[in-house]
Design a protein around this ligand. Structure first.
Ligand code: CTP
Length: 470
C-alpha cells in the first residue's frame, strides 16, 4: 500500500508529508498510516463499514508499529519460509518492509511477498520511483534491524567483501543498523572454508545470526547443517535483539569499566595499632551500586569497612594506602575512576614488627612519612589514564576554594567536594551535600542521601562518557 499510495499523491501533499516525516523521524508511508489511523479513530462508524483485508490483524494495520524490520530475501529455496516470517512479524506489531534480490524472485514472487507484507517489495537499485519515494539510503536506515532470510552463501560473501552492486547489498552496506542473518544453504557450502571465513568476518563486523539448523535439504539425499532456522526461531532472535536493545537503553554504562576507591585506609603503627579516619565507605559503596545498576562492570577497591560487598561488583579489600594504590593500578584500564576513599595522608616511617611496649621512658616518637597520592598518580598516567577521573575533597572550611585548588593540584577532571566538618555531618552520616567542580565551573547539589548523590553522579558520568565516545 505505502509506496504506491505516496507516489500517487499530488506533489503539494507529498511535500507536506515529506516535511512531517522529516520532523517525526518516520517514513512517509508511516505518516500516511498514522494519518489513516487517526482518521479512522475520528470516524469509527465510517471505518466500521470498510472491510478489513483478510488475514491481517487489526493492530498491525492501525497502530503505529513500534519496531521496523527490513527483510532482505535472497535467492534460496528457503525463501518460501520468508513469507511466513513476514506474517509472524506483523502479527507481533512489527512493521516489515522487504527487499528482494533478483535470484529471490526465482523462488517467490514480488506479488505474493507484497500481499503478505502489505507493501510492494523493493527490488531495483536504480528504480526511479523507489529512489524518489524512499531511496536506498532511507531504506537502509529507516528500520530498527535488517534481517537477511534466507542468507545464501553468495550474499554472505558479498556482504563480507562490501559489495554494493544490487539493491540488497547496497542497503546492507549503507545501513547503520544491526543485521541478523538466517543462513540457508547446502551443508557442503556451509562447511566450506570460504563460507566459514566470511561468517567470521561478518561476526567480527557485528552481524548477528540465527541458525542454520541441521536437517534434510531440499535436494534429495542431502542432509546436515544448513537448513534455514524456522520462522518462529528467527522471530525469537529478532525479539531477543530488541529486548537487549531496550535493556541497553536503560544501561548507559554497559560495556564500561568503572573503578571506585572507598572507605578509609589503615596505616599500621605496630601489629595491633593503626592510624585511621572516620570514613564509613558509604558514599563509595553507593557509587559502586549505582554504577552497577547502570550496567557498568565495577571494581570497588575498599579500605576496611563494615559494609557488605555490593552485589554484582568486584570488591577488592585492602588495608593501607600503598595496598590501595597497587590494587588500583592492577584494576586499570578503566573508562572512569572515582576516588571516594579517605586515604590516610601519612603512615609511620617504620611500623614495628612487635607490639610497642611501655618501657618507662615516656610515649614513643612516631615518625610519619607521606603516603602515595593515588588520585594524583592515576590522573597523571600517560597511557592508562581513564577517560574521566573524579576525585573527592573532604573539607572542613572554605570548601569550594580548597576543592578548586585540589582539582588543579591533582590533575583530575572533576572534584566532588563535601563538607566534613562536624556540622556538615557527611563523614559517617547518611546524607551528603556536594559541589561538583570541573573546568566548566561549580555546580552545587542540594543535600540528599548518599544513594541520591551516587545516582546523580553516576548518571552524569554516563553522559560524560557517552559524549567522550562520539
Ligand atoms: N586521595 C588519594 N590518595 C591520597 C590522598 C587522597 O587518592 N593519598 C584522593 C582521595 O580519595 C580524594 C582526593 O584525593 O579523592 C582528595 O582527598 P582529600 O583527603 O580531601 O585531600 P588531600 O589530598 O588529603 O588534601 P588536603 O590534605 O589538602 O586536604
Amino acid at each position: 500500500m505505502g509506496s504506491l499510495t505516496v507516489r500517487n499523491l499530488p506533489e503539494s501533499v507529498k511535500k507536506r508529508l515529506r516535511l512531517r516525516a522529516a520532523a517525526s523521524g518516520r517514513s512517509m508511508e508511516e505518516e500516511v498510516r498514522l494519518l489513516l489511523a487517526e482518521g479512522a479513530a475520528d470516524a469509527p462508524a465510517k471505518a466500521a463499514r470498510m472491510p478489513e483485508p483478510a488475514g491481517r490483524p487489526e493492530a498491525a494495520q492501525t497502530a503505529p508499529a513500534a519496531r521496523r524490520v527490513l527483510l532482505v530475501i535472497a535467492g534460496g529455496i528457503a525463501a518460501y519460509k520468508s513469507l511466513d516470517l513476514i506474517r509472524r512479524l506483523r502479527e507481533r506489531g512489527i512493521a516489515v518492509r522487504v527487499v528482494m534480490t533478483r535470484a529471490a524472485q526465482e523462488f517467490v514472487t514480488p506479488m505474493s511477498v507484497g500481499a503478505i507484507a502489505g507493501e510492494k517489495p523493493f527490488i531495483e537499485l536504480f528504480d526511479q520511483h523507489s529512489e524518489f519515494d524512499v531511496g536506498h539510503i532511507r531504506l537502509a536506515r529507516d528500520n530498527d534491524l535488517i534481517v537477511v532470510a534466507p542468507a545464501t552463501a553468495d550474499i554472505m560473501a558479498r556482504m563480507a567483501n562490501g559489495h554494493a552492486d544490487d539493491l540488497a547489498t547496497a542497503v546492507l552496506l549503507a545501513t547503520n543498523q544491526r543485521v541478523l542473518l538466517a543462513p540457508a544453504m547446502n551443508p557442503a557450502m556451509w562447511a566450506n572454508k570460504a563460507t566459514q571465513r566470511n561468517l567470521k568476518i561478518l561476526r567480527a563486523d557485528g552481524v548477528l545470526t540465527a541458525g542454520p539448523n541441521a536437517g534434510e535439504m531440499a535436494e534429495s539425499g542431502e542432509a546436515g547443517l544448513g537448513r534455514m532456522a524456522e520462522p518462529l526461531e528467527i522471530v525469537a532472535a529478532i525479539e531477543k535483539h530488541f529486548d537487549a536493545g531496550a535493556e541497553t537503553q536503560n544501561k548507559p554504562l554497559a560495556g564500561k569499566h568503572v573503578l571506585i576507591t572507598a572507605g578509609p585506609t589503615h596505616e599500621p603503627i605496630d601489629p595491633v595499632r593503626y592510624i585511621a579516619n572516620r570514613s564509613s565507605g558509604k558514599q563509595g559503596y553507593a557509587i559502586a551500586r549505582a554504577a552497577a545498576d547502570l550496567g557498568a562492570s565495577v571494581t570497588l577497591i575498599s579500605g576496611p569497612v563494615t559494609l557488605p560487598d555490593p552485589p554484582g561488583v568486584k570488591t577488592v579489600r585492602v588495608e593501607s594506602a600503598r595496598d590501595m594504590l597497587k590494587a588500583t593500578e592492577q584494576a586499570l584500564p578503566a573508562d572512569a575512576a572515582i576516588f571516594a576513599a579517605a586515604v590516610a595522608d601519612w603512615r609511620t616511617a617504620d611500623a614495628g614488627e612487635q607490639k610497642l611496649k611501655k618501657d618507662g621512658s615516656g610515649p614513643p616518637q612516631l615518625a610519619l612519612v607521606e603516603n602515595p597520592d593515588i588520585l594524583a598518580t592515576v590522573s597523571k598516567l600517560k597511557s592508562k589514564r581513564p577517560t574521566l577521573v573524579v576525585g573527592f575533597a573532604a573539607e572542613t572550611e572554605k570548601v569550594i576554594e580548597h576543592a578548586k585548588a585540589k582539582l588543579k593540584r591533582k590533575g583530575c577532571d572533576w572534584i566532588v567536594a563535601n563538607d566534613v566538618s562536624a556540622e556538615g555531618g557527611a563523614m559517617g552520616g547518611d546524607d551528603n551535600a556536594v559541589h561538583i567542580i570541573s573546568a566548566a565551573g561549580v555546580e552545587s547539589w542540594p543535600s540528599q542521601s548518599k544513594d541520591g548523590v551516587a545516582r546523580q553522579l553516576v548518571a552524569r558520568i554516563a553522559t560524560e562518557l557517552d559524549g567522550a565516545s562520539k
